[in-house]
Design a protein around this ligand. Structure first.
Ligand SMILES: Cc1ncc(CN)c(N)n1
Length: 230
């Protein structure tokens, strides 16, 4: 039987993997949400997809300043100068993402200027804003950043797997986050998070774990706006 791992053993394998195992139910709740499964099995309600599109555009506009705040923290606190390049590449892809949302919305007849943020979106954006505070440690912020990107990567990659019946008009959306390049970028963020978590004091480690769980909960609530919420 496997006993409890020492902190040193956990550091070797990576704290993120340990947490993903420990919190696998909520992680798979976020990455295998009924909305994503409906895309994957081809039964997705296209009105629900349009709701997601409009809400996510608003989210991404709040996410960009959050990523900028992580960049500032990396500049001030990181022990490895290459972190900044990874974060900057994330900012560059957000620039593309915002342009993509605009052209995709036009295709689907979604008026982005008229989209009103729903409560789950407002709550998530407020949470992002709280993480922008200079009081939030770089280690905590980079863990949240990794989790936010990783949920989308894992979710949309699922819709591209062999055997999935994703409607043709949604494959481009799925490729945006499910492609290998985005997967490698998430791996780079995960490596940074693991490196930082491996040398952080216990109180910050606890804050990072709680923050990771909050991200996963917000992601589930975010999907719920398009599928399955009361
Ligand atoms: C809600 C949500 N989470 C994550 C992502 C990926 N940047 C996104 N666009 N929207």
């Amino acid at each position: 039987m496997e006993g409890k791992k020492t902190r040193e053993e956990v550091e070797k394998s990576g704290m993120i993997d340990t947490w993903m195992r420990k919190h696998r139910l909520i992680y798979s709740g976020a990455t295998k949400h009924p909305f994503i499964l409906s895309i994957r099995d081809g039964t997705v309600d296209l009105e629900a997809f349009k709701t997601w599109l409009g809400q996510d555009y608003i989210f991404v506009r709040a996410f960009a300043p959050f990523v900028a705040s992580v960049l500032i923290k990396a500049w001030k606190e990181s022990d490895d100068s290459s972190d900044m390049e990874v974060i900057l590449s994330g900012m560059a892809s957000l620039n593309d993402e915002i342009a993509w949302f605009k052209s995709e919305a036009a295709k689907w007849g979604v008026q982005l200027s008229e989209v009103v943020p729903q409560k789950a979106n407002q709550d998530y954006c407020r949470f992002l804003e709280s993480l922008m505070s200079p009081d939030v440690e770089y280690t905590v912020a980079i863990t949240a950043f990794w989790a936010i990107e990783a949920v989308y990567q894992a979710s949309f990659a699922l819709c591209l797997e062999d055997g999935s019946k994703t409607p043709a008009e949604l494959t481009e959306t799925c490729r945006r986050w499910g492609n290998d390049g985005f997967g490698q970028y998430c791996n780079s963020l995960q490596k940074i998070a693991n490196r930082r978590l491996g040398k952080t004091p216990d109180d910050v480690l606890t804050k990072a774990e709680v923050t990771l769980l909050r991200v996963l909960e917000h992601e589930v609530e975010f999907w719920n706006m398009s599928h399955g919420s009361a």
